[in-house]
Write a protein that binds this ligand. Sequence first.
Ligand code: NDP
Length: 507
Amino acid sequence: MTLTKKPEARPARASWGLASRGAPWEYAPAPEATDHIRIEPEYGLFIGNRFTPSKPRRTFTVINPATEERLAKVAHASKADVNRAVTTAREAHRSSWSKLSGRDRAKYLYRIARILQERSREFAVVESLNSGKPIKESRDVDVPLAAAHFFYYAGWADKLDYAFPNRQPRSLGVAAQIIPWNFPLLMLAWKIAPALAAGNTVVLKPASTTPLTAYLFADVVKQADLPPGVVNIITGPGEIGMELVRHPDVRKVAFTGSTAVGKMIARAVAGSDKKVTLELGGKAANIVFDDAPLDQAIEGIINGIYFNQGEVCCAGSRLFVQESVHEALIDKLKARLGTLRVGDPLDKNTDVGAINSAGQLAKVQELVQSGIDEGAEIFQPDCELPDRGFFFRPTLFTGVSQSHRIAQEEIFGPVLSVLTFRTPEEAIEKANNTPYGLSAGVWTEKGSRIFKMIAGMKAGVVWANTFNRFDPTSPFGGYKESGHGREGGLHGLGAYLDVSGNDTQAR
Ligand code: NDP
Protein backbone atom coordinates (compact mmCIF):
# COMPACT_ATOMS: atom_id res chain seq x y z
CA MET A 1 0.00 0.00 0.00
CA THR A 2 1.24 3.51 -0.74
CA LEU A 3 0.32 6.15 1.78
CA THR A 4 0.96 9.72 0.67
CA LYS A 5 2.45 10.64 4.05
CA LYS A 6 5.00 8.45 5.76
CA PRO A 7 3.71 7.36 9.16
CA GLU A 8 5.72 7.93 12.29
CA ALA A 9 7.21 4.51 12.96
CA ARG A 10 8.75 2.50 15.75
CA PRO A 11 11.40 -0.21 15.27
CA ALA A 12 10.25 -3.56 13.93
CA ARG A 13 9.51 -6.09 16.63
CA ALA A 14 8.57 -9.70 16.27
CA SER A 15 9.46 -10.06 19.91
CA TRP A 16 8.27 -9.89 23.46
CA GLY A 17 10.32 -8.33 26.22
CA LEU A 18 14.09 -7.89 26.24
CA ALA A 19 16.81 -10.52 26.32
CA SER A 20 19.57 -10.20 28.88
CA ARG A 21 21.81 -8.03 26.67
CA GLY A 22 18.98 -5.68 25.78
CA ALA A 23 18.25 -7.14 22.33
CA PRO A 24 14.66 -8.16 21.61
CA TRP A 25 13.87 -11.86 21.77
CA GLU A 26 12.78 -13.14 18.40
CA TYR A 27 9.97 -15.60 18.14
CA ALA A 28 10.63 -18.79 16.21
CA PRO A 29 7.81 -19.72 13.83
CA ALA A 30 5.22 -21.98 15.47
CA PRO A 31 2.95 -23.05 12.62
CA GLU A 32 -0.12 -25.14 13.36
CA ALA A 33 -0.11 -28.41 11.38
CA THR A 34 -2.51 -28.77 8.48
CA ASP A 35 -2.01 -32.48 7.79
CA HIS A 36 -5.02 -33.40 9.94
CA ILE A 37 -7.57 -31.50 7.90
CA ARG A 38 -9.16 -32.29 4.60
CA ILE A 39 -10.55 -29.64 2.28
CA GLU A 40 -12.44 -31.09 -0.68
CA PRO A 41 -11.53 -29.70 -4.10
CA GLU A 42 -15.21 -28.87 -4.69
CA TYR A 43 -18.29 -28.45 -2.48
CA GLY A 44 -21.88 -28.77 -3.65
CA LEU A 45 -24.89 -27.23 -1.93
CA PHE A 46 -25.93 -29.02 1.26
CA ILE A 47 -29.62 -29.77 0.90
CA GLY A 48 -31.47 -32.62 2.64
CA ASN A 49 -28.23 -33.92 4.21
CA ARG A 50 -26.61 -34.39 0.81
CA PHE A 51 -24.06 -32.37 -1.12
CA THR A 52 -25.52 -31.68 -4.54
CA PRO A 53 -24.26 -29.56 -7.44
CA SER A 54 -26.11 -26.36 -8.22
CA LYS A 55 -28.55 -26.42 -11.12
CA PRO A 56 -27.29 -25.33 -13.61
CA ARG A 57 -23.89 -26.47 -12.43
CA ARG A 58 -21.78 -23.41 -11.60
CA THR A 59 -18.99 -22.83 -9.11
CA PHE A 60 -16.83 -20.06 -7.78
CA THR A 61 -13.39 -20.14 -6.17
CA VAL A 62 -12.58 -19.67 -2.50
CA ILE A 63 -9.06 -18.51 -1.61
CA ASN A 64 -6.79 -18.27 1.39
CA PRO A 65 -6.49 -14.51 2.08
CA ALA A 66 -3.05 -14.96 3.64
CA THR A 67 -1.53 -16.51 0.50
CA GLU A 68 -4.10 -15.75 -2.25
CA GLU A 69 -3.96 -19.47 -3.14
CA ARG A 70 -7.06 -21.41 -4.10
CA LEU A 71 -8.60 -23.52 -1.33
CA ALA A 72 -11.65 -24.98 -3.07
CA LYS A 73 -14.45 -24.44 -5.54
CA VAL A 74 -17.98 -24.10 -4.16
CA ALA A 75 -21.38 -24.26 -5.79
CA HIS A 76 -22.99 -21.09 -7.07
CA ALA A 77 -26.67 -21.53 -6.22
CA SER A 78 -29.41 -20.48 -8.60
CA LYS A 79 -32.91 -19.22 -7.82
CA ALA A 80 -34.15 -22.78 -8.39
CA ASP A 81 -31.63 -24.06 -5.84
CA VAL A 82 -32.92 -21.56 -3.27
CA ASN A 83 -36.40 -22.88 -3.87
CA ARG A 84 -35.15 -26.46 -3.56
CA ALA A 85 -33.45 -25.69 -0.23
CA VAL A 86 -36.43 -23.82 1.25
CA THR A 87 -38.89 -26.50 0.12
CA THR A 88 -36.69 -29.20 1.67
CA ALA A 89 -36.47 -27.22 4.92
CA ARG A 90 -40.24 -26.64 4.99
CA GLU A 91 -40.93 -30.31 4.48
CA ALA A 92 -38.43 -31.26 7.22
CA HIS A 93 -40.15 -28.81 9.57
CA ARG A 94 -43.58 -30.24 8.79
CA SER A 95 -42.72 -33.92 8.81
CA SER A 96 -40.00 -34.33 11.42
CA TRP A 97 -38.41 -31.47 13.33
CA SER A 98 -41.54 -29.71 14.59
CA LYS A 99 -42.93 -33.07 15.67
CA LEU A 100 -39.95 -33.96 17.86
CA SER A 101 -40.16 -33.26 21.57
CA GLY A 102 -37.93 -30.50 22.92
CA ARG A 103 -36.02 -33.18 24.76
CA ASP A 104 -35.19 -34.97 21.52
CA ARG A 105 -34.20 -31.76 19.76
CA ALA A 106 -31.91 -31.05 22.71
CA LYS A 107 -30.18 -34.40 22.25
CA TYR A 108 -29.27 -33.46 18.67
CA LEU A 109 -27.98 -30.06 19.76
CA TYR A 110 -25.85 -31.58 22.53
CA ARG A 111 -24.51 -34.03 20.00
CA ILE A 112 -23.53 -31.22 17.62
CA ALA A 113 -21.85 -29.34 20.48
CA ARG A 114 -19.82 -32.35 21.48
CA ILE A 115 -18.75 -33.09 17.90
CA LEU A 116 -17.64 -29.48 17.50
CA GLN A 117 -15.50 -29.90 20.60
CA GLU A 118 -14.07 -33.19 19.38
CA ARG A 119 -13.26 -31.71 15.97
CA SER A 120 -12.22 -28.30 17.30
CA ARG A 121 -8.65 -28.44 15.99
CA GLU A 122 -9.86 -29.23 12.49
CA PHE A 123 -12.42 -26.40 12.61
CA ALA A 124 -9.87 -23.90 13.95
CA VAL A 125 -7.40 -24.62 11.16
CA VAL A 126 -9.98 -24.45 8.38
CA GLU A 127 -11.39 -21.22 9.86
CA SER A 128 -7.98 -19.57 9.94
CA LEU A 129 -7.07 -20.78 6.45
CA ASN A 130 -10.27 -19.43 4.97
CA SER A 131 -10.82 -16.21 6.95
CA GLY A 132 -7.26 -15.05 7.69
CA LYS A 133 -7.81 -14.83 11.44
CA PRO A 134 -4.99 -15.92 13.78
CA ILE A 135 -5.15 -19.56 14.81
CA LYS A 136 -5.00 -18.64 18.49
CA GLU A 137 -8.27 -16.74 18.05
CA SER A 138 -10.10 -19.41 16.05
CA ARG A 139 -8.79 -22.05 18.47
CA ASP A 140 -9.48 -20.18 21.73
CA VAL A 141 -12.48 -18.00 20.84
CA ASP A 142 -14.43 -18.90 17.69
CA VAL A 143 -14.66 -22.66 17.99
CA PRO A 144 -15.20 -22.94 21.78
CA LEU A 145 -17.84 -20.20 21.65
CA ALA A 146 -19.59 -21.91 18.74
CA ALA A 147 -19.80 -25.14 20.76
CA ALA A 148 -20.94 -23.16 23.81
CA HIS A 149 -23.90 -21.77 21.83
CA PHE A 150 -25.06 -25.27 20.94
CA PHE A 151 -24.69 -26.41 24.56
CA TYR A 152 -26.55 -23.34 25.83
CA TYR A 153 -29.51 -23.59 23.44
CA ALA A 154 -29.69 -27.36 23.86
CA GLY A 155 -30.49 -26.54 27.48
CA TRP A 156 -33.51 -24.44 26.47
CA ALA A 157 -34.98 -26.79 23.84
CA ASP A 158 -37.16 -28.69 26.30
CA LYS A 159 -37.93 -25.67 28.51
CA LEU A 160 -39.62 -23.30 26.08
CA ASP A 161 -42.81 -23.24 28.15
CA TYR A 162 -40.80 -22.17 31.19
CA ALA A 163 -38.84 -19.62 29.21
CA PHE A 164 -42.00 -18.00 27.87
CA PRO A 165 -44.71 -18.82 30.42
CA ASN A 166 -48.34 -18.53 29.28
CA ARG A 167 -47.22 -17.66 25.75
CA GLN A 168 -47.59 -21.09 24.13
CA PRO A 169 -44.29 -20.74 22.24
CA ARG A 170 -44.40 -22.27 18.77
CA SER A 171 -41.75 -22.66 16.12
CA LEU A 172 -42.05 -20.39 13.08
CA GLY A 173 -41.04 -22.74 10.23
CA VAL A 174 -38.15 -22.08 7.85
CA ALA A 175 -35.51 -19.57 8.95
CA ALA A 176 -33.36 -17.87 6.28
CA GLN A 177 -29.99 -17.00 7.76
CA ILE A 178 -27.34 -14.86 6.08
CA ILE A 179 -23.98 -14.50 7.74
CA PRO A 180 -20.78 -12.51 7.15
CA TRP A 181 -17.13 -13.43 6.77
CA ASN A 182 -15.63 -12.09 9.99
CA PHE A 183 -16.77 -14.95 12.31
CA PRO A 184 -17.98 -17.61 9.86
CA LEU A 185 -18.45 -20.53 12.27
CA LEU A 186 -19.45 -18.46 15.28
CA MET A 187 -22.12 -16.56 13.33
CA LEU A 188 -23.41 -19.89 12.05
CA ALA A 189 -23.71 -21.12 15.63
CA TRP A 190 -25.39 -17.86 16.78
CA LYS A 191 -28.00 -18.42 14.12
CA ILE A 192 -28.48 -22.17 13.85
CA ALA A 193 -28.44 -23.13 17.55
CA PRO A 194 -31.43 -21.03 18.72
CA ALA A 195 -33.35 -21.72 15.50
CA LEU A 196 -33.12 -25.50 15.97
CA ALA A 197 -33.75 -25.34 19.71
CA ALA A 198 -36.97 -23.46 18.98
CA GLY A 199 -38.06 -26.14 16.50
CA ASN A 200 -37.38 -24.35 13.21
CA THR A 201 -35.48 -25.63 10.22
CA VAL A 202 -32.90 -23.47 8.46
CA VAL A 203 -31.40 -22.47 5.15
CA LEU A 204 -28.10 -20.71 5.78
CA LYS A 205 -26.08 -18.68 3.29
CA PRO A 206 -22.48 -18.05 4.37
CA ALA A 207 -20.44 -15.18 2.94
CA SER A 208 -18.91 -16.03 -0.44
CA THR A 209 -15.34 -15.59 0.80
CA THR A 210 -15.74 -17.88 3.85
CA PRO A 211 -18.00 -20.88 3.26
CA LEU A 212 -15.61 -23.66 4.27
CA THR A 213 -16.40 -24.07 7.97
CA ALA A 214 -20.11 -24.00 7.08
CA TYR A 215 -19.55 -26.94 4.75
CA LEU A 216 -17.45 -28.65 7.43
CA PHE A 217 -20.39 -28.06 9.76
CA ALA A 218 -22.62 -29.78 7.19
CA ASP A 219 -20.48 -32.84 7.78
CA VAL A 220 -21.17 -32.49 11.52
CA VAL A 221 -24.90 -32.36 10.77
CA LYS A 222 -24.60 -35.70 8.99
CA GLN A 223 -22.39 -37.12 11.73
CA ALA A 224 -24.96 -36.08 14.35
CA ASP A 225 -27.61 -37.85 12.26
CA LEU A 226 -29.97 -34.88 12.11
CA PRO A 227 -33.12 -35.61 10.11
CA PRO A 228 -32.53 -34.61 6.45
CA GLY A 229 -33.54 -31.05 5.61
CA VAL A 230 -33.31 -29.58 9.13
CA VAL A 231 -30.08 -27.73 8.25
CA ASN A 232 -29.45 -26.68 4.64
CA ILE A 233 -26.48 -24.62 3.46
CA ILE A 234 -26.29 -22.85 0.13
CA THR A 235 -23.57 -20.66 -1.34
CA GLY A 236 -23.77 -17.91 -3.91
CA PRO A 237 -23.55 -14.13 -4.23
CA GLY A 238 -25.65 -11.49 -2.49
CA GLU A 239 -28.52 -11.82 -4.98
CA ILE A 240 -28.96 -15.41 -3.86
CA GLY A 241 -29.21 -14.15 -0.29
CA MET A 242 -31.96 -11.81 -1.42
CA GLU A 243 -33.81 -14.65 -3.20
CA LEU A 244 -33.72 -16.52 0.07
CA VAL A 245 -35.03 -13.52 2.03
CA ARG A 246 -37.89 -13.03 -0.44
CA HIS A 247 -38.93 -16.67 -0.63
CA PRO A 248 -42.61 -16.87 0.37
CA ASP A 249 -42.10 -19.98 2.54
CA VAL A 250 -39.48 -18.31 4.72
CA ARG A 251 -40.97 -17.28 8.07
CA LYS A 252 -37.94 -15.74 9.73
CA VAL A 253 -34.96 -13.79 8.40
CA ALA A 254 -31.77 -13.40 10.43
CA PHE A 255 -29.01 -11.29 8.93
CA THR A 256 -25.59 -10.16 10.10
CA GLY A 257 -23.59 -7.88 7.83
CA SER A 258 -23.38 -4.36 6.49
CA THR A 259 -25.94 -1.68 7.28
CA ALA A 260 -26.47 -1.11 3.53
CA VAL A 261 -27.57 -4.71 2.93
CA GLY A 262 -29.51 -4.74 6.22
CA LYS A 263 -31.60 -1.84 4.93
CA MET A 264 -32.25 -3.67 1.65
CA ILE A 265 -33.43 -6.71 3.58
CA ALA A 266 -35.67 -4.57 5.81
CA ARG A 267 -37.26 -3.11 2.68
CA ALA A 268 -37.65 -6.56 1.09
CA VAL A 269 -39.58 -8.01 4.04
CA ALA A 270 -41.61 -4.87 4.79
CA GLY A 271 -45.31 -5.66 4.62
CA SER A 272 -44.81 -9.41 5.08
CA ASP A 273 -45.29 -11.25 8.37
CA LYS A 274 -41.70 -12.56 8.38
CA LYS A 275 -39.89 -12.02 11.65
CA VAL A 276 -36.55 -10.24 11.19
CA THR A 277 -33.39 -9.68 13.18
CA LEU A 278 -30.66 -7.46 11.76
CA GLU A 279 -27.22 -7.30 13.32
CA LEU A 280 -25.37 -4.59 11.43
CA GLY A 281 -22.34 -2.37 11.73
CA GLY A 282 -20.82 -0.42 14.61
CA LYS A 283 -18.39 2.33 15.55
CA ALA A 284 -17.92 1.65 19.24
CA ALA A 285 -16.53 4.18 21.71
CA ASN A 286 -13.95 2.83 24.14
CA ILE A 287 -13.69 5.47 26.89
CA VAL A 288 -10.72 5.75 29.25
CA PHE A 289 -10.99 7.97 32.33
CA ASP A 290 -7.95 9.30 34.15
CA ASP A 291 -8.54 7.04 37.16
CA ALA A 292 -8.44 3.86 35.05
CA PRO A 293 -5.59 1.37 35.51
CA LEU A 294 -3.79 2.34 32.32
CA ASP A 295 -1.86 -0.89 31.70
CA GLN A 296 -5.05 -2.88 31.97
CA ALA A 297 -6.84 -0.40 29.72
CA ILE A 298 -4.09 -0.73 27.11
CA GLU A 299 -4.77 -4.48 26.87
CA GLY A 300 -8.49 -3.78 26.52
CA ILE A 301 -7.87 -1.21 23.81
CA ILE A 302 -5.60 -3.61 21.90
CA ASN A 303 -8.10 -6.43 22.23
CA GLY A 304 -10.92 -4.05 21.33
CA ILE A 305 -9.56 -2.99 17.97
CA TYR A 306 -6.85 -5.41 16.81
CA PHE A 307 -8.67 -8.66 17.70
CA ASN A 308 -9.65 -10.36 14.42
CA GLN A 309 -7.81 -7.56 12.50
CA GLY A 310 -10.51 -5.16 13.69
CA GLU A 311 -13.03 -6.97 11.47
CA VAL A 312 -15.54 -7.00 14.30
CA CYS A 313 -18.89 -5.23 14.28
CA CYS A 314 -18.48 -4.26 17.95
CA ALA A 315 -14.77 -3.31 17.66
CA GLY A 316 -13.68 -0.43 19.90
CA SER A 317 -12.65 1.64 16.88
CA ARG A 318 -13.02 5.07 18.53
CA LEU A 319 -10.87 5.57 21.59
CA PHE A 320 -11.85 8.49 23.86
CA VAL A 321 -9.13 9.39 26.35
CA GLN A 322 -9.52 11.89 29.19
CA GLU A 323 -7.17 14.75 28.37
CA SER A 324 -5.06 14.50 31.52
CA VAL A 325 -3.85 10.98 30.65
CA HIS A 326 -3.80 11.30 26.87
CA GLU A 327 -0.04 11.63 26.47
CA ALA A 328 0.85 8.86 28.89
CA LEU A 329 -1.69 6.50 27.37
CA ILE A 330 -0.65 7.15 23.77
CA ASP A 331 3.00 6.49 24.66
CA LYS A 332 2.07 3.16 26.20
CA LEU A 333 -0.23 2.30 23.32
CA LYS A 334 2.45 2.94 20.70
CA ALA A 335 4.92 0.80 22.60
CA ARG A 336 2.38 -2.01 22.85
CA LEU A 337 1.51 -1.74 19.16
CA GLY A 338 5.14 -2.40 18.38
CA THR A 339 4.92 -5.80 20.06
CA LEU A 340 2.01 -7.06 17.93
CA ARG A 341 3.05 -9.82 15.59
CA VAL A 342 1.49 -9.50 12.16
CA GLY A 343 1.64 -12.36 9.69
CA ASP A 344 0.83 -16.01 9.03
CA PRO A 345 -2.59 -16.73 10.57
CA LEU A 346 -1.56 -20.34 11.17
CA ASP A 347 1.41 -19.32 13.34
CA LYS A 348 0.45 -19.71 16.99
CA ASN A 349 2.35 -16.51 17.85
CA THR A 350 0.47 -14.31 15.39
CA ASP A 351 -1.64 -11.52 16.88
CA VAL A 352 -2.91 -9.91 13.67
CA GLY A 353 -3.60 -12.09 10.64
CA ALA A 354 -4.76 -11.35 7.10
CA ILE A 355 -7.61 -9.05 6.07
CA ASN A 356 -10.37 -11.24 4.66
CA SER A 357 -10.34 -10.10 1.03
CA ALA A 358 -8.69 -7.77 -1.46
CA GLY A 359 -11.90 -5.72 -1.49
CA GLN A 360 -11.90 -5.27 2.28
CA LEU A 361 -8.20 -4.38 2.25
CA ALA A 362 -8.87 -1.71 -0.39
CA LYS A 363 -11.66 -0.29 1.79
CA VAL A 364 -9.33 -0.09 4.81
CA GLN A 365 -6.61 1.54 2.72
CA GLU A 366 -9.02 4.09 1.31
CA LEU A 367 -10.31 5.11 4.74
CA VAL A 368 -6.79 5.30 6.19
CA GLN A 369 -5.77 7.58 3.33
CA SER A 370 -8.80 9.76 4.09
CA GLY A 371 -7.59 10.05 7.70
CA ILE A 372 -4.20 11.30 6.48
CA ASP A 373 -5.79 13.67 3.97
CA GLU A 374 -8.11 15.12 6.61
CA GLY A 375 -5.14 15.92 8.85
CA ALA A 376 -5.05 13.19 11.51
CA GLU A 377 -1.64 11.95 12.69
CA ILE A 378 -0.93 8.33 11.70
CA PHE A 379 1.26 5.85 13.60
CA GLN A 380 2.09 2.34 12.43
CA PRO A 381 4.72 -0.03 13.86
CA ASP A 382 7.41 -0.72 11.34
CA CYS A 383 6.75 -4.46 11.20
CA GLU A 384 7.38 -6.48 8.08
CA LEU A 385 4.39 -7.76 6.17
CA PRO A 386 4.35 -11.01 4.18
CA ASP A 387 4.97 -10.59 0.44
CA ARG A 388 1.66 -12.15 -0.53
CA GLY A 389 -1.79 -11.96 0.96
CA PHE A 390 -4.00 -9.15 2.24
CA PHE A 391 -2.14 -7.72 5.23
CA PHE A 392 -2.35 -4.33 6.89
CA ARG A 393 -0.28 -2.88 9.72
CA PRO A 394 -2.03 -2.14 13.00
CA THR A 395 -2.73 1.58 12.75
CA LEU A 396 -3.32 4.36 15.24
CA PHE A 397 -4.59 7.86 14.46
CA THR A 398 -4.24 10.73 16.92
CA GLY A 399 -5.51 14.27 16.46
CA VAL A 400 -8.80 12.92 15.13
CA SER A 401 -11.84 15.18 15.14
CA GLN A 402 -15.48 14.15 15.21
CA SER A 403 -16.06 15.13 11.60
CA HIS A 404 -13.26 12.96 10.16
CA ARG A 405 -14.44 9.96 8.15
CA ILE A 406 -12.26 7.71 10.31
CA ALA A 407 -14.31 8.86 13.32
CA GLN A 408 -17.67 8.35 11.62
CA GLU A 409 -17.46 5.38 9.22
CA GLU A 410 -17.03 1.73 10.06
CA ILE A 411 -13.54 0.80 8.83
CA PHE A 412 -13.67 -2.90 9.74
CA GLY A 413 -9.91 -3.12 9.90
CA PRO A 414 -7.03 -2.75 12.41
CA VAL A 415 -7.36 1.02 12.63
CA LEU A 416 -7.94 3.00 15.83
CA SER A 417 -9.03 6.65 15.93
CA VAL A 418 -8.13 8.48 19.14
CA LEU A 419 -10.10 11.47 20.40
CA THR A 420 -10.04 13.26 23.76
CA PHE A 421 -12.59 14.54 26.30
CA ARG A 422 -12.63 16.43 29.60
CA THR A 423 -15.88 15.52 31.38
CA PRO A 424 -18.14 12.43 31.47
CA GLU A 425 -20.90 14.48 29.82
CA GLU A 426 -18.61 15.38 26.94
CA ALA A 427 -17.57 11.73 26.57
CA ILE A 428 -21.22 10.62 26.41
CA GLU A 429 -22.10 13.25 23.85
CA LYS A 430 -19.15 12.38 21.65
CA ALA A 431 -19.66 8.63 22.03
CA ASN A 432 -23.27 8.97 20.90
CA ASN A 433 -22.33 11.13 17.93
CA THR A 434 -22.51 8.27 15.44
CA PRO A 435 -25.21 6.65 13.34
CA TYR A 436 -24.40 3.36 15.07
CA GLY A 437 -25.18 2.04 18.56
CA LEU A 438 -23.87 -1.49 18.95
CA SER A 439 -21.30 -1.51 21.75
CA ALA A 440 -19.09 0.62 23.99
CA GLY A 441 -16.43 0.28 26.69
CA VAL A 442 -15.71 2.27 29.85
CA TRP A 443 -12.48 2.20 31.86
CA THR A 444 -12.66 3.73 35.32
CA GLU A 445 -12.21 2.78 38.93
CA LYS A 446 -15.55 4.30 39.96
CA GLY A 447 -18.63 2.08 39.89
CA SER A 448 -20.99 5.06 39.98
CA ARG A 449 -19.32 6.52 36.91
CA ILE A 450 -19.73 3.22 35.07
CA PHE A 451 -23.48 3.32 35.73
CA LYS A 452 -23.72 6.95 34.66
CA MET A 453 -21.94 6.15 31.39
CA ILE A 454 -24.04 3.05 30.72
CA ALA A 455 -27.23 5.05 31.26
CA GLY A 456 -26.07 7.83 28.97
CA MET A 457 -24.75 5.83 26.05
CA LYS A 458 -26.95 4.52 23.26
CA ALA A 459 -25.24 1.15 22.82
CA GLY A 460 -26.62 -2.39 22.95
CA VAL A 461 -23.65 -3.70 24.95
CA VAL A 462 -21.40 -1.73 27.31
CA TRP A 463 -18.31 -3.43 28.70
CA ALA A 464 -16.83 -2.04 31.91
CA ASN A 465 -13.07 -2.45 32.44
CA THR A 466 -12.97 -5.12 29.74
CA PHE A 467 -13.86 -5.40 26.05
CA ASN A 468 -15.06 -7.92 23.46
CA ARG A 469 -16.43 -10.42 25.98
CA PHE A 470 -19.05 -12.78 24.59
CA ASP A 471 -21.24 -15.34 26.23
CA PRO A 472 -24.14 -17.35 24.83
CA THR A 473 -26.35 -16.37 27.78
CA SER A 474 -26.00 -12.67 27.08
CA PRO A 475 -28.15 -10.91 24.48
CA PHE A 476 -26.31 -8.95 21.78
CA GLY A 477 -27.62 -6.35 19.36
CA GLY A 478 -27.79 -2.67 18.57
CA TYR A 479 -29.62 0.63 18.36
CA LYS A 480 -29.97 3.00 15.43
CA GLU A 481 -28.15 1.83 12.27
CA SER A 482 -26.63 -1.12 14.14
CA GLY A 483 -29.84 -3.01 13.54
CA HIS A 484 -32.69 -4.36 15.59
CA GLY A 485 -33.53 -7.47 17.52
CA ARG A 486 -31.18 -9.37 19.81
CA GLU A 487 -29.21 -12.58 19.40
CA GLY A 488 -27.97 -14.69 22.30
CA GLY A 489 -29.64 -15.52 25.58
CA LEU A 490 -33.39 -15.80 25.97
CA HIS A 491 -33.93 -12.78 23.72
CA GLY A 492 -32.20 -14.67 20.91
CA LEU A 493 -34.42 -17.68 21.48
CA GLY A 494 -37.61 -15.60 21.48
CA ALA A 495 -36.67 -14.24 18.07
CA TYR A 496 -37.19 -17.75 16.63
CA LEU A 497 -40.57 -18.37 18.26
CA ASP A 498 -44.12 -17.26 17.87
CA VAL A 499 -44.78 -16.15 21.44
CA SER A 500 -47.94 -14.20 20.72
CA GLY A 501 -49.76 -16.99 22.64
CA ASN A 502 -52.69 -15.92 24.74
CA ASP A 503 -50.94 -14.08 27.52
CA THR A 504 -53.01 -10.93 27.70
CA GLN A 505 -51.17 -9.83 30.83
CA ALA A 506 -47.87 -9.58 29.05
CA ARG A 507 -49.27 -7.65 26.11
P1 NDP B 1 -22.35 -7.63 3.21
O1 NDP B 1 -23.41 -7.06 4.07
O2 NDP B 1 -22.42 -7.38 1.74
O3 NDP B 1 -22.24 -9.22 3.41
C1 NDP B 1 -22.78 -9.94 4.48
C2 NDP B 1 -23.59 -11.14 3.98
O4 NDP B 1 -24.70 -10.67 3.22
C3 NDP B 1 -22.82 -12.05 3.04
O5 NDP B 1 -23.27 -13.37 3.19
C4 NDP B 1 -23.23 -11.52 1.68
O6 NDP B 1 -23.06 -12.46 0.64
C5 NDP B 1 -24.69 -11.24 1.91
N1 NDP B 1 -25.27 -10.28 0.98
C6 NDP B 1 -24.65 -9.37 0.20
N2 NDP B 1 -25.54 -8.67 -0.52
C7 NDP B 1 -26.76 -9.16 -0.19
C8 NDP B 1 -28.08 -8.86 -0.61
N3 NDP B 1 -28.33 -7.89 -1.50
N4 NDP B 1 -29.11 -9.56 -0.08
C9 NDP B 1 -28.88 -10.52 0.81
N5 NDP B 1 -27.65 -10.87 1.24
C10 NDP B 1 -26.60 -10.19 0.75
O7 NDP B 1 -20.96 -7.11 3.74
P2 NDP B 1 -19.60 -7.00 2.92
O8 NDP B 1 -19.01 -8.32 2.86
O9 NDP B 1 -19.80 -6.32 1.59
O10 NDP B 1 -18.79 -5.98 3.82
C11 NDP B 1 -19.00 -4.59 3.63
C12 NDP B 1 -18.89 -3.86 4.93
O11 NDP B 1 -19.93 -4.26 5.80
C13 NDP B 1 -17.62 -4.16 5.70
O12 NDP B 1 -16.58 -3.36 5.26
C14 NDP B 1 -18.04 -3.86 7.10
O13 NDP B 1 -17.93 -2.48 7.34
C15 NDP B 1 -19.50 -4.26 7.13
N6 NDP B 1 -19.71 -5.61 7.69
C16 NDP B 1 -20.25 -5.69 8.92
C17 NDP B 1 -20.41 -6.93 9.51
C18 NDP B 1 -20.97 -7.07 10.87
O14 NDP B 1 -20.74 -8.08 11.53
N7 NDP B 1 -21.77 -6.14 11.34
C19 NDP B 1 -20.00 -8.16 8.84
C20 NDP B 1 -19.50 -7.98 7.51
C21 NDP B 1 -19.35 -6.73 6.99
P3 NDP B 1 -21.71 -12.42 -0.25
O15 NDP B 1 -20.59 -12.69 0.68
O16 NDP B 1 -21.95 -13.50 -1.21
O17 NDP B 1 -21.64 -11.04 -0.84
